[in-house]
Design a binder for this molecule. Sequence first.
Ligand code: ZN
Length: 350
Amino acid sequence: MGKKLIVLGHGYDRNGNFDPGATGNGTSEHEWLNGVFLASLRKYADGHDIDFYTQNMFANRDANTVTGYDDIIELHLDAASAAAKGGHVIIYHKYSPDAMDHRLGNMIANHFGLRGGKMFHGRDNLYNLNTFAKRRLSYRLLELGFITNKENMDYFKKHYDVIARDLISAVVNQRIETDEGKGSSVEEKTPVPSTEQYTGIVEYMNRNNMDSSFANRAKLAAQYGIVGYKGTAEQNNALLRKLQTGAAVKPVKSIEQMAQEIIDNKHGNGHENRRRSLGISAAEYAKVRAEVNRRASGAPAAPRKTISQMADDIINNPKVPNGHAARQKWLGVDSATYEKVRARVNQLLR
Ligand SMILES: [Zn+2]
């Protein structure tokens, strides 16, 4: 039996860009998987030939380069409506599940139930999956239940230690006992993670019938002056405070709207003057200015790809740069459009 690599989905890439993954029930994929769950995984992996990849492998494009592993297992949480629940194993669409896939699938079925009653799903549109298939390396992506489902997450938060034990057991094909030596007794002894570490923004929004999706939180964050929203705990807490106190919202205009206002002479003369009047950053103003110039020159708007086409590019085009700002620029779209592309990418990659 060779060396295994367990990949934690999402998180920071090596340039420091952060992707929280899907969010729900007061946490994110990154926050949940890399917290107490990872600690338990490491505990049970001790003494076995297992490494952990805790950065954002997708963003680093490291599926191309990691070597020395016979099996790679990537961990995620699924996201959809609050009702969707259960986990599954994603494998390359042309492959049949192997013995490890079956062991992991059974582990998921035991703990979370199966999404739509199906243990395996074949996919052909995930970068890591496709890349490892091309390299003929054994890889599967596990969806460990739905982060958006209360039942799945309550269970996960309560039983993460046993789930970690069973996951590592499935990976090494060997029944690992808990520290106490009795699998059944561990449940009462497992410390439940403090709810304090979760921000509660999603729960708050759901309770108040608000759209708690990342895209909508990013939009609200911008309106409340929270710059560069990435869904970090700090930003979520800040946003929660704003929502709870009913802070004043700063309306966000599109580049096109702001360009039109400048053409309509609503912001006076001089770039600095106009920028201040619009209340935007220099970078944002540069885009408005480019749009004003484009309109003045009569040049056609850049041909638009669909959101799905752009999301596909981000996932599969090896030339895609790292970092959201760089990617937005690379696509040549405004922030609102980029957020849609990003949401679609997250949907495909979760
Ligand atoms: Zn994910």
